[in-house]
Design a protein around this ligand. Structure first.
Ligand SMILES: [Zn+2]
Length: 634
């Protein structure tokens, strides 16, 4: 996922249930006496235990899911049957425990007969455990259920909230633990299942899923899907709307509302090339097709790597491909994340760190090293900002999330710090050796969910063995299990930004008027660098001068507009507030709106403006965006 939901807001949440006392220490296979190996024991938590699920896969493990669901826009309810096939890991186990949140369970049957079940009291963050007593000879149960209109993983949009304004729209977002709000299942990334689905919708709408999608399917309100590769629950996804399809390449295409289809296909036309170069370097693409689904602007994230069909915010359609690293990121997840998956949310850095590293590599292969370096600088600046604001215990790659909402783990630590660690490994052993290592890693753990400790053991057995002279086990230990970034880590540098820094300095010192800065060749990254590194406070005159010279209040690029509007709030530059209001009302991507609300909340007059905008915008926001921002205005 590309998303930075606000650690600051969510970190304080405490979960009461599903947080049993630690029972034994994590033991590394390589302990004292083996100084060339990385040890992994730094906490007393159980390695591989998912503290964010009630399910019991160690006894009965779900293997396959069969969904038969109706989507009702009038009531904002999804209802129907989930047939769950499981395997007996413990032959005598007789209780299947599933995760649910705000689901109404109507009945549970096996072979057509009702069987006993009970729904536990709900934990505010984890939902409610559904316990099903399964007869000894049974390995499939069918749960008949319906969702709540407030399901945390489902957003229902009115026609007004779509591009076409004619039809309603629905999309799901399951990561981290929201699948349980629309399907009763073992909602843990270490449980992998195949699935099939029949989805019924209004006849004029099209349903798509993170599964096989037939671009030529007849639009008749009944759609069939199959996901033959075993995936974790957080990758199950559904969207329903007035969608059309346009191919971009042999294996790639885009689904979007008709009004956005051509612009999206043009913007993302390099997707096929990205797929090909990644395959060449890091091993075969294992998911058949790779399509994009462009969502309405309220999608709370940049993108979500739902397999075969990444969900993408429309805010990156800039007209010049300047923001397409998002596509490289979601595509890269097809290897790191979807093929090799984090076993618990503590291990999220295995998904996001390697994906962010691959993103840089893909951008370099497609658009060249200069652009890659610019994006690296911007990523490093973003990481530094997070390191400055996060407490030490949240700067570990392998973070302790016991008792906390797993959404709290989405800071730049698993993303940019994880990628920086990978980049250092690459620099030490050389690119060819590291590429080989990664290809082997994706192959070795294909379709498995692994823990940080498994990764460390694999690293010990591979790179540390073959390149022990170039690597330092203690330092690797420090990267993964200690806060901050080790001294001497790779540093980003971009000549294209040096030019921008000089222009900014000259303007700030009064030597060079804004309208004399030569910005003709500047790309989006240079503009972002120019604005993001301005001093915290500028005079009203300076703000007006910039605006007049570059028309920033009307910037068409959503990221540039974001940077400018943030400056406008921090400097109370009122001429931009009309645009600010409009921006907050029309975009629900949390990364773009949250910093603006946060900045507004710092002053009394800002708070009044922010509260008014938030109240007006909130019905159009995704529940996660609401949750991440409502705290500013209570
Ligand atoms: Zn991601």
């Amino acid at each position: 996922m590309e998303f930075r939901i606000a650690s600051v807001v969510l970190l304080g949440l405490s979960l009461s249930a599903c947080n049993p006392a630690p029972q034994q220490n994590v033991k590394s296979e390589h302990q004292a006496g083996d100084s060339a190996a990385v040890a992994s024991a730094t906490t007393e938590m159980l390695a591989g235990k998912d503290y964010h699920s009630f399910a019991n896969p160690e006894q009965l493990k779900v293997k396959h899911l069969d969904l038969d669901l109706d989507v009702n826009f009038a009531t904002q309810v999804i209802s129907g049957d989930a047939s769950i096939q499981f395997e007996r890991v413990e032959p005598k186990a007789s209780t299947l425990v599933l995760d649910t949140r705000d689901l109404t369970i109507e009945r549970v049957t096996a072979m057509g007969k009702d069987i006993p079940f009970s729904l536990a009291a709900a934990d505010p963050h984890l939902g409610a455990a559904l316990k099903i007593e399964v007869p000894a000879d049974i390995d499939v149960v069918t749960v008949t259920y319906h969702t709540s209109p407030d399901a945390s993983g489902v957003q229902w949009l009115t026609p007004e909230q779509t591009a076409g304004k004619q039809h309603p729209f629905l999309f799901t977002q399951a990561q981290a633990i929201h699948a349980r709000s629309f399907i009763p299942l073992q909602d843990s990334p270490q449980v992998r299942m195949t699935y099939q689905a029949t989805i019924r919708t209004p006849a004029d709408l099209l349903a798509v899923m993170s599964a096989s999608n037939d671009p030529d399917t007849e639009r008749d309100g009944e759609y069939h899907f199959s996901m033959p590769q075993p995936i974790p629950s957080y990758l199950i996804a559904l969207a329903v709307g007035d969608l059309a399809f346009k191919p971009m390449g042999k294996r790639t295409g885009v689904y979007a509302e008709p009004a956005m289809l051509d612009a999206a296909a043009k913007e993302f036309e390099d997707t096929e090339a990205m797929l090909e170069v990644t395959e060449k370097k890091f091993g075969q693409y294992r998911w058949d097709r790779y399509d994009l689904l462009i969502l309405p602007p309220s999608f709370p994230f940049g993108g979500m790597e739902n397999p075969r069909l990444s969900f993408i915010t429309p805010t990156v359609i800039a007209g010049d491909k300047s923001l397409v690293s998002l596509i490289a990121h979601e595509l890269a997840h097809s290897w790191s994340g979807n093929t090799v998956t984090n076993a618990t949310w503590r291990d999220l850095w295995l998904n996001e760190g390697f994906t962010t590293y691959l993103t840089y590599r893909i951008m370099e292969m497609i658009y060249g090293p200069e652009r890659e370096q610019m994006e690296f600088v911007l990523g490093q600046q973003s990481l530094e900002a997070d390191l400055a604001s996060l407490p030490a215990q949240d700067q570990l790659l392998a973070i302790d999330l016991r008792g906390r909402d797993p959404d709290a783990v989405f800071s730049d630590i698993p993303y940019e710090k994880g990628a920086l660690f990978a980049r250092e490994l690459e620099q030490k052993v050389g690119r060819d050796a590291f590429d080989q290592f990664l290809m082997g890693y994706f192959e070795h753990f294909a379709f498995e969910s692994i823990t940080t400790d498994q990764f460390v053991a694999y690293l010990n057995d591979t790179l540390l063995k073959t390149h022990g002279d170039k690597l330092d086990a203690k330092r690797i230990q420090q990267w993964i299990f200690e806060p901050g970034v080790p001294q001497g880590a790779p540093m980003a540098h971009s000549d294209a930004f040096t030019k921008v820094d000089a222009a900014r300095d000259n303007w700030l010192s009064g030597e060079l008027p804004a309208d004399k800065i030569d910005t003709q060749d500047w790309n989006t990254h240079q503009w972002l660098h120019f604005l993001n590194n301005m001093p915290e406070s500028l005079s009203a005159q300076q703000m007006a001068e910039l605006d007049k010279a570059f028309n920033l209040t009307q910037a068409g690029n959503n990221e540039i507009a974001h940077s400018w509007l943030l400056m406008a709030v921090n400097n109370w530059y009122e001429p931009a507030f009309g645009r600010l209001h409009d921006y907050l009302l029309h975009i629900g991507r949390n990364k773009l709106v949250k910093p603006l609300y946060q900045a507004l909340s710092k002053t009394e007059q800002g708070k009044a403006f922010g509260k008014q905008a938030f109240e007006q915008a909130k019905s159009g926001y995704h529940p996660l965006t609401v949750k991440a921002n409502e705290g500013y205005f209570n």
